[in-house]
Each structure stands twice: as C-alpha cells, then as structure tokens.
Write a protein that binds this ligand. Structure first.
Ligand SMILES: N[C@@H](CCC(=O)N[C@@H](CS)C(=O)NCC(=O)O)C(=O)O
Length: 251
C-alpha cells in the first residue's frame, strides 16, 4: 500500500497569524486532552501556526469569555479575535473560515462521516482506553488538590477508579474495540483515503496522543495496520505528535 505524505506546507504557515488554543496541560508540559489534540491537528492541517496557552483543570476563569468551562477554546486573530469552543465546532469553524486551505472533511459528505467516526469511538473504544489510562491521568495532575478533584469528578462517572482501571491488562479489549478502524486502514492509508489525513484521522489520533502523553503502556502491536497509521499521524504536520512530551517507550 502506498502511504502518501501528509500535505503540510510550512511556508503557508507564515502567511497567517497564529491561532491561540487553550490547551489542557498535566505536568510537565504533557498535553493530554484528546479534544485539544484534535483541534491542534485541525489547525495544523489548515497550515495555520499555533500559539499554545497552557491551561489546567479548574482554571475556568481563564476561559470565562467563552461562557463555558471546557477546553479546547481557540481565539483567531485573523478573524477579529473570534473565539470558538468545542473540538467539533472548531473543526467546522476552520473548514468554513479557511476554505482555500487543505480540507478537513473533503466536502459535506465527509463531514457527516467524520461525525460518525467520532460517535463510534466515543461509544466504545474511548471507555476501553480510559480503563487503561485513567490512573495515569490522575497522577499527571500537578497538585494534590487537582488529583483529588479529578478523582471525585471521574468517580461520579466511572465508580471507584481503582476498580474501573485495568491498566495494561485492558489492552486486548481496546485492540478488539478498534477492529472497524483496523479493517478500514487495511484498505486505505488514512480515514481521509489515499490523499492524506482528514479530521476523522485527527480525532482518533488525538486519542492516541492522550495515551502517549501520560501512559507507558504499549497499546498496539507493530504488525497492526493501526500501528503504522499512528506512526504516520504522529509524524504528520512537522512531527507535531512525535515532538510532544510523552512516552516513546509506549509506541
Ligand atoms: N465536547 C468537548 C469536550 C471537551 C472536554 O471535555 N474537555 C475537557 C478536557 S479533555 C475539559 O476541559 N475538562 C474540564 C473540566 O472537566 O472541568 C470537545 O469536544 O471539545
């Protein structure tokens, strides 16, 4: 199978002011929010430089202007400082605002397909992944207060974290949950097809970036087509994924 290089023209980046992104950080410099990563990949795909504003849980006051408390939030100085929150809304905003740049969806049909990919991942694989990494997410919080806050808010959703967590023992379940992705990537190098990555690729890659940022657990076997795809995604856009702080031993 041919593996086209992700299109990325760094020169075009200099023609547009950086978009600021409020990005969730653990310590030190571990960017672990999948939703922030999805937005980050999408901005890079549009060949727009990124200005990272580090943000931690419970810093809602810093993004109060967005009238909600979750990241990612982006601020676009090329559009009079317009802000957008929510990774999906950000992808749609970028596609609409920068139609002359490489497309995130490849057209309206691709937009619907990208939404389906997100819904699929969120309806199963995400829980399998959470079981592997949840304790690592808690440990990455930089103060005991934040760790306690993380525990309390997540235990309300998942129950006692030590019981919910499987650590590395959950890898076979996660791999099994990825079967539709595996079968698709056996036929195409990207969810965006032969041309290169699309937003559907960004979304799933962002989940692997969460794991890479915080967890030493190996999620994929080397002979898995998803492994090679993850390598391509982490190397895309100037190696944005590979250059991030994380656990190379987990790859
Ligand atoms: N649907 C939102 C989800 C955003 C989200 O849940 N962000 C998390 C970080 S991964 C957050 O900001 N959490 C802050 C909190 O729970 O207070 C998106 O896709 O952007």
């Amino acid at each position: 199978m041919t593996t086209p290089k992700a299109r990325y023209d760094i020169r075009r980046c200099t023609m547009t002011k950086p978009i600021s992104i409020y990005e969730l950080e653990g310590g030190p410099h571990q960017f672990f929010s999948p939703f922030c990563w999805a937005a980050r990949f999408a901005i890079a795909h549009k060949e727009i430089p990124i200005d990272t504003i580090r943000w931690k849980f419970q810093e809602g006051d810093k993004i109060a202007f967005s009238k909600q408390g979750l990241v990612p939030v982006i601020v676009d100085p090329n559009q009079d400082g317009k802000w957008v929150n929510d990774s999906w809304a950000i992808a749609k905003y970028l596609e609409e605002t920068y139609p002359d740049r490489p497309s995130l969806f490849g057209g309206p049909q691709g937009e619907v397909a990208a939404l389906l990919v997100q819904k699929w991942f969120n309806s199963g694989p995400i829980v399998a992944l959470m079981k592997i990494v949840i304790l690592d997410i808690m440990k990455a919080q930089t103060t005991p207060e934040l760790q306690l806050w993380f525990r309390e808010t997540r235990e309300a959703k998942f129950g006692k974290l030590e019981e919910f967590s499987t650590g590395a023992a959950g890898v076979p379940d996660f791999q099994k949950a990825l079967e539709p992705l595996r079968q698709t990537l056996s036929e195409y190098p990207y969810l965006g097809g032969k041309a290169g990555p699309s937003y559907a690729d960004h979304y799933i890659a962002s989940m692997f970036m969460l794991a890479y940022a915080l967890s030493p657990v190996k999620l994929l076997e080397k002979d898995d087509v998803i492994y090679a795809w993850r390598e391509r995604m982490m190397s895309a856009y100037g190696g944005m994924g590979k250059n991030a702080v994380g656990h190379p031993e987990s790859l």
